[in-house]
Structure formats: structure tokens, C-alpha cells
Design a protein around this ligand. Sequence first.
Ligand code: NAP
Length: 487
Amino acid sequence: MALLTNLEELNACYIDGRFMPPVNAAGAIEVWNPATGELVGRVPNGGAAEAGAAVAAAQAAFPAWARTLPADRAVILKRWAQLMLEHAEELARILVAEQGKPFAEAYEEAEGSALFTEWYAEEGKRAYGETVPPSAADKRILVIRQPVGVAALITPWNYPATMVARKAAPALAAGCAIVIKPSSQTPLTAVALARLAHEAGFPAGVVNLVTGRASDIGGEFMANPFVKKVSFTGSTEVGKQLIRASADQVKRLSLELGGNAPFIVFPDADLDLAVDAAVGNKFENCGQMCNGINVIYAHKEIMAAFTDRLTDRVSQLKVGSGHDPDVKLGPVIDMRSLDNVHALVTDAVEHGARVLTGGHRLTGGAYGAGSFYAPTVLADVEQDMKLANEEIFGPVAPLIPFSDEDEVLSRVNATPYGLAAYVFTRDVRRVFEVSERLEVGMVAVNSASLSVPQAPFGGVKQSGSGREGGHFGLEEFMNIKYISITL
Ligand code: NAP
């Protein structure tokens, strides 16, 4: 089915089961290819009016969708997941064009989005309540779960498909009607997913999508009393604005915000495994992953061996267009991001860090019009350097040595973030001790991958609140009601 090949057809908001007519250049947001600097497509530059119309459509569709049997909702969700798989190649091409990641990663993202959707199609059937022992013989206590209502879903540019699926699938499975607001830098993948949702047969108004001005659309979500829940993934800064704006209506929020993940290698670790995992995680999506490694802490006994192997691997990573099958790293999302990454590296070098590989922009030739950065390893990094404390969001691996467990834990727990941490050790006592003392929402031991549909993804401290994945993800979109019955 050639549903997604014409990018002009993605130039539309989706409201009440209809794709609005495409807008011309004047009323549009332009979407640029970060690898080539070329125009990829356009989407409407919508605002409060479009968001309001989408919320009204969702509110009208909500009661019937909430009453639809979970098993019947599951049929449509599974059809959506199936369509994602059937169109994985087209979705991947759109992802490469607007986001820049290598095709293989983009294809995996499309498949992963289907996996999430399929998983929640089933999980929606298990939104169990409880009966609770009463305190009087003539009483019965029931606890039921009900969908919150209209949910607004705001997504970032780094995983334009997965972020939509991770919010939309649990919301829809719970019985909510949704309005999606994708990132203005990568909206085309989200519109493509809306096209597939339309094809899957969700009733009109259950799924809506609005592109455009973030503050206007976000403002409408926060002000509109029909929006009962906002699920946001993005920067901590915008997350804080949403918390403030949610106060007036005490609106429910889930926030998946920035991270600063430590990767800790103890002296008894399997170094080859650790290097493999470090390269896989740190350079996935060109280092633009919220749970991506920010700093590698290697014990001083193995620092030299780890550094050599890591540098050797990183210096061989091929950078370029995501369409080239040998390429492991695409560009970073835009020039502003490129400047940020380079400024953090420059600051570290000025304060004594040593560049072992990379450390510069890639320019000229095939890199000429894109925002490319050389995969970088930095040694002699100090804890007080900026890049050890700020989210780098680029292909830069700083290395800091440590001497013992207490020292490394006090360093990594000092950050205001708390999303993920990675620990490499073969000592069972240490696995538990360190995992339990880390102030984060997720720990991976002897691996550096975390995102699966059945587990709760999310952070603590300024990395956010709420979880995506598992039954926890479904509960984010449900209210609990306690019913006391006197017989
Ligand atoms: P961002 O600038 O905060 O944008 C995220 C989304 O929020 C976009 O759709 C953006 O729209 C929208 N937005 C911006 N201002 C808004 C406002 N005032 N009201 C409502 N919506 C608003 O973040 P980003 O740069 O796209 O994403 C990168 C960040 O996301 C990183 O910090 C990363 O760590 C974090 N992230 C976290 C997780 C997690 O699970 N914890 C996962 C992925 C990413 P426009 O594009 O139109 O501005």
C-alpha cells in the first residue's frame, strides 16, 4: 500500500477523523533534513484554534470509546500495529529524512513502535480493579479503574515514532481519546502514524493530531478543561513550564524529561561486554537519547584498558547519511545542537580534558550541508566540567576515573537528574548494593538497553514523573474510583 510515499500528503492536521487540507508555504512549518539541509516537507503551523478543535473532537468521541470493550479496542490497536509493520520501510525512510538517524535504527524504531502498540492492545484487557475487605458486614468496597478522558500527548524529535506509540498505545488501550502534538522538527513521522491510525479504523475523533506553534497548542491543552491529562516527553525546562501551567486546573501530568546517565565500569567487569554496550548506547541516534550515557566512570584499575578499546571502536564508526547502510551515525538534529555539543567539548578541553578521537565538527564534501559531529572520546574529564553535569545530547563520550563504590555513587547521585544508570560488574553483592543506592528510575546491569514495552520507563528527580511501559504506563491514563456499597 503506497500510503506514505507522498510526503505532501503528510502536510495536514488530523481532526475528528479527517485530514485537513494541506497548507501552502506561508502557513506552514518547514521540515529540514539535518544531513543535507534540504527541505523534506511541510506541516500546518497550527495553534490554539486547531488544538481546541481537536480537543472538542476528542471530547465528543471519548464516551463511546471509553465504553468500547477492551477486546474491541484491542482489535483496532492491533490493526494499527500491523500497519506500522507493513509500512516499516516507508516510516523508516521518513524518519531518516527528517531526523537523520541511520536507516537500520529507523527501521527498528518503526518495529519497536508496533511492538509497543501490540503489547498495550493486550494490556488494555487487564485494567483490573480490586475488591477490598470492608469494615462492616453490610458493606462492600470496590475499586475500579476508568480512563481519565481526553489525553494530550506532546512528543520530542529524537524518537519521533516510538514517542508517539509509547503514549498513544496505553492511552487508547485505557479508553482515552487523544490529541498528539509532535515536535515541529520531526512532525512527518507522527502524521504518517496518524494516517495509519485512520486506516486502522479508530472511530472519528478518538485519534487527533495537531502540528504547529508549541506554546499556543500547549497553552490550549493546559487551559482547556476537557483535557484531563497531559503526557509530555522533552526538555526539563519545558516540563517545568507545564508543571506551573497545570496548577490552575490541577491537571494530571506525566513527564519524561532530560537525563544524565552514568555508565559505571567496576574492575571485575567483562570489559569487552562493557565496551560493546557503551558504543551501542552512547552512539545510538547520534547520542541523542534521553537515557543515553552522559559520562563513563571507569575504575582506575581498568581505565587504561577500557579507554584503549573504546577509543579504537569509536574511531572506526562511520558517519554520514542515514541512507548509507554502512553508516552508524547520522547528523545531530540541527546546527544549534551541533554548536551546543561543540561548546561542551571545547569547554572541557579548555579545562584540561584530552581528545582521544573526534572532538570536532565534520565539514566539507558529503558533510557540507549537514550538522555532523565526529564521534568523540574525551579523557581526563573532571566532575566539575560542564559536560559532566549537562545533558550532552551528542556523540561525545567523556571518561572519568573513580576509586571505589562510595565515591562513584556520591558523584552520580549529586546530579539533579535521575533517569537511567548502567553498571558493569560480576559481583552479585555489588549488583544489588549499587542498583539500590542509585537515585534513578532505571538501572541496567551488564547491558545498556532498557526500553521494552513491559517495563516501566521513566525517571526521578528532575528527569520527570510517571512511567511509560508495563501496567504502570496504562495506569497513567486511568483514574481510580473507590465505590462503597451498603447492602
Ligand atoms: P523540547 O524542546 O522540550 O520539545 C519537546 C516537545 O515539546 C516538542 O513537541 C515541542 O514542540 C514541545 N514544546 C516546546 N515548548 C512547549 C510549550 N511551551 N508547551 C507545550 N509544548 C512545548 O524537547 P526536545 O528538544 O524536542 O527533546 C529533547 C529532550 O527530550 C531532551 O532533554 C531529552 O532528554 C528529552 N527526552 C526525554 C525522554 C524520557 O523518556 N525521559 C525521552 C526522549 C527525550 P516544538 O517542537 O514545536 O517546539
